[in-house]
Each structure stands twice: as structure tokens, then as C-alpha cells.
Write a protein that binds this ligand. Sequence first.
Ligand code: C5P
Length: 319
Amino acid sequence: MIPMADVTVRAPAKINVHLEVLGLRPDGYHELAMVMQSIDLSDTLVLRATADATIRLCSDCQELPSDGTNLIVKAADLLRSRVGLPELGAEITLHKRIPIGAGLAGGSSDGAAALVGLDALWGLGLGSERLHGLAAELGSDMPFCLEGGTQLCFGRGERLEPVPAQRVAERAVLLLKHPSASVSTPWAYGRCRELRGDFYLDEEADFEQRRQALRHGPLVAALAQEGPLPPLRNDLQAVVAPEVESVRQGLDLLRRQPGALAVAMSGSGPSLYALYPDLAAAEVVRAALKEPLDELGFASWCCRCGGYGASLVTDGSPP
Ligand code: C5P
């Protein structure tokens, strides 16, 4: 038998270009209206089939658990149980580059990449619709992480609609994350509910009105053109910024630089970004900010916006 080659999968991070909390759902999650964008800061998963019916994860990131609480292991367990093949095994190596607890969906993207990679490695041929269903069971951001690009995301975040004729993928971001800051997503949504719960919408008709306003509003129109974007909305930014000093400092710093199309926090934070027309513009600002970024202790990256989600780099065919 020819041994199956390793499968390598790229797992890109995302940023939120818009995050609007509409209300609370009967299942306890928040009803959201978002625009999410892939960026080319990516983790890499290398997967190898094993004959011992176990899922083994090892990673170059000491802070990450490699047991059943990791979304990669959860994705593998769910996949093999749903196809009724518990005897399938895999050894998965994670090369982590996306900062963790940052609001960049690193964990969700790793889980989405595990679904794509194991589907190929085990020769399951599930197709995108079934993978999307599994992804939505595992996490609200995970369907976006499978699909990638620029998408409107509704419901818990799992209902996707591509943004038509967008040009964001030509653009680039300067991304900041303070190593000592970390925000728990459940905490951020819980705090949002405490502070803004009285203003939440209740009715599906009201939710749909907000979705329509986003679909046909100035942000989506501006995404299709060159030039600046309208001020970006992230309802969790208003909740997190008062609590996390580095978020306020980073936003201030980015806002003071010329040439940004927009500045915002991503997801539940604490990562922050400024959007530029291209990578060269982002790199110029990063170089100019080297001193204050070092002084404040920020890690920084310049990344292109991307048009794809979790993707196979090699497909496991025999070499
Ligand atoms: O779906 P996921 O496990 O990624 O969500 C993590 C947490 O974030 C949830 O347990 C919930 O507290 C919060 N959340 C929410 N509404 C959403 C998505 C996430 O309240 N639409």
C-alpha cells in the first residue's frame, strides 16, 4: 500500500470590519450583524493518518491545550463520529502564528482547517455544505473561517452572505496585539448585555431591518470602492476599551497616523487594526511607529486582506 502523504492546511485569521450586537436569542447567544474579512496571518496544520484510532495534537505554542478542549481535537472527534468511523486516527501538528485570545478567530480557524484537512486525509469527500453544518456546531465564527474572504455574517455569526464586488482583498492591515492583554469572548458578550441589554432588539422583523440596513448601507457600498470607509462599528469595542488600557492606547496611536482607511478593534479584542490601501502603506506606518510600539510593548504585523478561508496547501495525494 502506498502511504498517504501528509496533508497541510492553512488557517487564516480574520478581522471584524463591522460587529453589531442586535439582541439576545432564545439559545443564550447574541444575534449579530457583522462583516468579517480574512487576513493572511495564518496558522498551519500538518495532518498524518494513523492506524491507532487516536487523535494526537502537538503544537509549538505552550499556552494552548492539546487535549479534548482544543477546537482541533473537537473537530476531529465530531467528524469521525458523524461519519460513523471511530477507528480513524490522525496526528496533527499545529504551527501557531495567530496570537491567541486576540479576537482574530485563531482557534476557530484552526478547527475549520482541521475539518478541511481531515476530510481530505481520510478521503471522506463531505463537501462544503456538510462541513459548514459541522463547523456551525463547533463555533459561531467557524463557518466564516471555512469560507473566508469578505462576508456578511448574521445569526450567531454562522449565516454567511458574500459581500458583492468588494475591494477589501486588495487592502492591508497593520495589526497590533499587546502580549499581556487577553479578552474572554463570553466575558465581553456578558458585559455587553449588562451595559446595553436594555437597548437590545427583540423581534425578528427588527433584526431583519438591521441586516437590510447593513446590506444596503454605506459600509458595504464603500467596500466596493477605493478610498476611506465610514467610521467602523464594533459594539464590543465600546465595552472592552474602558476596561483594557492597551486597547485605548493602541487605538489612539493608530488613529493619529495619516493614511488609514479605518481603525478598529477586532471581534471581542484586544487586537486592533488600521486598514490601508495596500501592504506598502501599512509597512511604512509600522516602521514609523517602531519606537512607540516598542515602548508600549505591542506586537505588530502587516498583513494583506485575503480572499479565502481554511485551505489545503497539499491535498494528501501520494507524492
Ligand atoms: O460560538 P462560540 O463558542 O465561539 O462562542 C463563544 C462565546 O461567545 C459563547 O459561549 C457566548 O458567550 C459568546 N457569543 C455570544 N453570541 C454569539 C457568539 C458568541 O454570546 N453570537
